[in-house]
Design a protein around this ligand. Structure first.
Ligand code: DC
Length: 207
């Protein structure tokens, strides 16, 4: 079984993806981390984020192991990831790794922005996870202040809106729900309710 989870930043898709993968014993790839790793490698090497050729070289053979996951999840790296993710050649360079992961024997679960539309259009289950932007900003603010980042909720809200706009507007594989994705709006849901809803969807598809 292949499960594709797409959605907006801080919608709860990451938490849902981890729990759902654990529930079904599926290998899980958080594809946002790949873009984050490319962005971090570019930042470390002093490479311009818009320098497509240089970023492609960094994307080819990218690995997550050398990076500290907490650092990859910082807001600075997230914003940079959104910029490198808009480079078509970088997306192409990361395509095969993701496609192979999706097609491994025994199934897989991937989460990102274009899993149901581009990476695994034949996924058995596609979920689109979203929440009101103010609620996402509140969650992200708590997360970032929790790891010691000096941010305000209003600042986070602005950044989220900017990121959503960039991710949705790019020409190549823009962030959007697949036509056959099931929507989960997590605005007023707890993570447990979100998992329960997703399990319902998966079990219905399996029957
Ligand atoms: O999910 P995230 O916040 O870790 O993703 C970081 C950035 O990477 C996000 O701004 C959009 C981009 N991304 C993408 O374009 N395609 C994916 N499949 C995953 C992430």
């Amino acid at each position: 079984m292949i499960i594709a989870i797409d959605g907006t930043t801080s919608s709860g898709k990451g938490t849902l993806a981890k729990r759902l993968a654990k529930h079904y014993g599926l290998p899980h790839l958080d594809t946002g981390l790949l873009y984050r790793a490319v962005a971090k490698a570019a930042m470390d090497a002093g490479v311009e984020l818009k320098d497509e050729d240089a970023c492609v070289r960094l994307a080819a053979g990218v690995r997550l192991e050398p990076f500290d996951e907490r650092e990859l999840r910082s807001s600075g790296v997230g914003a940079a990831a959104s910029v490198v993710a808009s480079l078509p050649a970088v997306r192409r360079a990361l395509f095969e790794l993701q496609r192979n992961f999706a097609q491994q024997e025994g199934g897989a679960l991937l989460d990102g922005r274009d899993i149901g539309t581009v990476i695994a259009p034949h996924a058995d289950v596609k979920l689109w996870v979203d929440a009101a932007v103010e609620e996402r900003a509140r969650r992200r603010f708590l997360e970032l202040s929790g790891i010691g980042e000096n941010v305000t909720e209003a600042g986070v809200l602005e950044q989220l809106k900017e990121r959503d706009a960039r991710d949705a507007a790019r020409k190549d594989a823009p962030m959007k729900p697949a036509d056959d994705a099931v929507w989960i709006d997590t605005t007023t849901m707890t993570p447990e309710e979100c998992l329960a809803r997703a399990l319902e969807v998966v079990e219905t598809r399996r029957r």
